[in-house]
Ligand binder design. Structure first.
Ligand code: IVH
Length: 707
């Protein structure tokens, strides 16, 4: 059955269309709520589709009816060509952790000291559950959701607006009389409930059994939420039942509250769901009692939490406390211990990684660990299996902590079947049959097959296209498998030559489209073309050399600046480990012997040089450019604080000076640029005067640094 509408859309007046549009939107929104939140559809799919079609017709005729919150944009939005990058107006920080009761006491003490609060002054802290999901920043302008972004590296995330629009409990428009600021960024967590996670994995398993190679089992609700949110096709996100809790602010054009509790009240009034139960506490004892209470109810909660978060309630104090590296001083996460369960070990599989490492994975009788079913767990390495004497058939203790892969903790010895035999770790690679060896005192056994090992070659390619490397959208793990197996891609450069294989690829599984339009292939080719220019540090990271992570890649790229230099100097270092090039490599700040060895091992192999040269013939490698640092009048200056400061504690003064790029020293010397003297300054002030170092009052210093 489909609904028929009174008049064709083409004959409606604007008033009629507006009324009908509003009515349809309400009906669709209600149906969506039932579908997403209660998993109980209230309308027939065909009726629902007819509403959507009609909505689209109305909007085609009267485009002004179309708004960001329209149901027509909420699901089934056209797949984007990759995620655009979004620079956060204010960085998205992470949290410091507390594990012990003493850490909580320290947290409060540090805050009191920093703010210079006496023992009698009241310090109110808001406590709320810490959800294990993915943080997102939602930007509202004039009360309308205009952009949503992932956290990314904290400075820059990905534009996931289309996806977030499909989340039922994210308000798309704030209430008309809400008194919200013109610009409002709400930060919070996107998550999946445990029940939806289990349901999703069941559906994924069924799809895999039916031969769908793209379907995969998610390790935990957090991964499932991440996989569902970062979908180029937002209609997939829409089907995945995600939720959102709001718990903090990003940029706001005017203050909305004076306390954290006040922020919660405003967010609730604007329609956001909050992390409950929250509590306002006034001492470490109260915080710890709250933490204990939440911990006891944790397994019964509908979503995964991995601790609780404490936040200083007063926002002016939050402002003064600021942050250290990537975490605020005014907040901390009090973590829960990992959750455990026992089950039977059915078998041990060996996985071969990018660098040939053999990792044993336990196949388990599926077991519920804190509300989540676990069927696989890591056994780490050969020595761990031996140390724990893990045998197939044993009953084992499994542990799951937040985002980490579940692990086998120990064996329940008195339940060991008498026929269980000790496990012998394979001495050959299960994929290519090459010897698997342990070098020096390494715990890891590695396949020596190098690139002849299909497992290593595939893992390297997966790394090569991954997000922080070449970041090729649409080349997921499954597609790499297919392209490798079909001999379309065997080395990185082959990816850039794929477009010449258009005809051969058309019928290949994973690349065919309904109606034979080959949109997937053209989109993939576009995504590949978009990455034909790459920065040197990413290029180096993408090669997947052992021990070369992103940070190390940046250090090395910073030293050699161009690919030619890097390649030639490292080749030279490999040829002569006593020569100048070797010394030059070892002199790079932050690079130790292991990294230097790994680099020359790689660049000393002619077949690796061939891979690099082949790739360089396909892509343009941009020379390394140094990131800019913030400039302030005190950047690079050495300052010394002395005497009693009136406006802030010593710790706060020091932190601010460092944030602005100054170096804070403990004693005065000829190298000191400024001495900031508070009340009752003594010997340091005297020394400064003797040495002719500039002396500033606290006020003069504040004027210099701009407040
Ligand atoms: S406040 C300035 N509150 O935990 C820090 N974070 O491990 C703002 N998280 O990046 C974060 N629940 O993604 C805050 N109730 C909560 C949270 C929470 C989960 C996440 C958040 C953060 C991560 C740090």
């Amino acid at each position: 059955m489909t609904t028929t509408f009174d008049k064709p859309a083409s004959t409606l007046t604007l008033e009629e269309a507006t009324a009908e549009h509003a009515d349809l939107q309400a009906r669709i929104a209600e149906a969506d709520t039932h579908y997403h939140q209660e998993d109980a559809p209230t309308v027939d799919d065909a009726v629902y589709d007819s509403w959507r079609r009609r909505l689209k017709q109305l909007e085609k005729r009267f485009p002004d009816l179309r708004r960001a919150d329209d149901a027509s944009e909420r699901v089934g939005a056209a797949p984007a060509a990759g995620f655009a990058k979004v620079r956060h107006a204010r960085p998205m920080l992470s949290l410091d952790n507390a594990f012990e009761d003493a850490d909580v006491v320290d947290f409060l003490d540090r805050i009191r000291r920093f703010l210079g609060l006496g023992a009698e002054a009241e310090l109110t802290v808001l406590a709320e559950p810490k959800i294990d999901g993915l943080s997102a920043s939602l930007r509202y302008e004039h009360g309308r959701l205009v952009q949503a972004a992932t956290r990314g590296d904290g400075e820059e995330g990905e534009d996931i607006t289309a996806n977030v629009l499909t989340i039922a409990d994210v308000p798309k428009v704030l209430p008309a009389d809400g008194g919200w600021p013109e610009v409002l960024e709400v930060r919070g967590e996107v998550y999946m409930t445990k029940a939806d996670f289990l349901g999703l994995n069941q559906a994924q398993q069924a799809a895999m059994d039916a031969g769908d190679r793209r379907a995969k089992i998610f390790a935990n609700p957090r991964n499932a939420a991440a996989g569902s949110l970062r979908q180029l096709d937002a209609s997939i996100t829409a089907r995945r039942k995600l939720h959102f809790f709001g718990y903090a602010l990003g940029e706001v054009s005017s203050p909305i509250a004076v306390t954290q509790g006040g922020i919660r009240e405003r967010l609730a009034a604007w329609g956001f769901t909050l992390n409950e139960p929250a509590r306002t506490c006034r001492s470490a004892d109260e915080l710890i009692a709250y933490w204990r209470g939440i911990g006891e109810g944790r397994a019964a909660m509908p979503f995964d939490i991995d601790g609780v978060v404490y936040k200083v309630d007063r926002l002016d104090w939050q402002e003064r406390l600021g942050f250290v590296s990537r975490s605020p001083r005014w907040a901390t996460a009090h973590k829960f211990p990992a959750e455990q369960a026992t089950t039977q070990l059915l078998g041990i599989d060996i996985q071969v990684g990018r660098t040939g490492a053999l990792t044993p994975v336990a196949r388990l009788q599926p077991v519920n660990v804190g509300g989540v079913m676990v069927a696989n767990a890591t056994l780490h390495n050969e020595d761990e299996i031996q140390r724990k004497d893990v045998r197939i058939g044993d009953t084992v203790v499994i542990q799951r902590a937040g985002d980490v892969i579940p692990q086998v903790v120990s064996v329940v010895l008195d339940r060991r079947p008498h026929e269980a035999e000790s496990y012998t770790f394979p001495a050959t690679c299960p994929v290519c049959g090459s010897h698997a060896v342990r070098e020096g005192d390494e715990v890891v056994r590695r396949c020596t097959g190098g690139l002849i090992c299909a497992a290593q070659a595939k893992e390297r390619l997966k790394h090569f296209v991954s997000r922080n490397a070449f970041d090729i959208e649409g080349l997921g793990e499954e597609n790499i498998e297919t392209l490798f197996e079909g001999a379309f891609v065997r080395s990185p450069a082959d990816i850039f030559r794929l477009k010449h294989r258009f005809e051969d690829l058309k019928p290949v599984k994973g690349f065919t489209d309904q109606k034979g339009q080959h949109k997937k292939l053209t989109k993939l080719f576009d995504a590949i073309e978009a990455r034909r220019t790459i920065a040197l540090d990413r290029f180096l990271f993408a090669l997947g050399i052992r021990h070369i992570g992103e940070t190390t890649a940046r250090l090395v790229a910073g030293r050699y600046e161009t690919l030619e230099q890097l390649r030639d100097r490292l080749k030279a270092a490999a040829a002569d480990r006593e020569g100048e090039a070797w010394a030059e490599l070892n002199a790079i700040d932050g690079i130790g012997a292991t990294v230097a060895e790994a680099l020359v091992d790689f660049f000393g192999e002619p077949h690796n040089i061939d891979v690099v040269d082949d790739l360089a013939s396909e892509v343009a490698v941009a020379p390394y450019t140094r990131p800019k640092t913030v400039e302030s009048p005190v950047t690079g200056k050495t300052v010394v604080f002395t005497g009693t400061l009136e406006k802030m504690s010593r710790a706060e003064a020091k932190a601010r000076a460092e944030t602005l790029g100054a170096k804070v020293a403990g004693s005065v010397s000829a190298k000191t640029d400024y001495v900031i003297a508070g009340a009752d300054a003594g010997s340091k002030l005297k020394k400064a005067t003797e040495l002719g170092v500039a002396v500033l009052t606290e006020d003069a210093w504040l004027t210099l640094i701009g407040g």
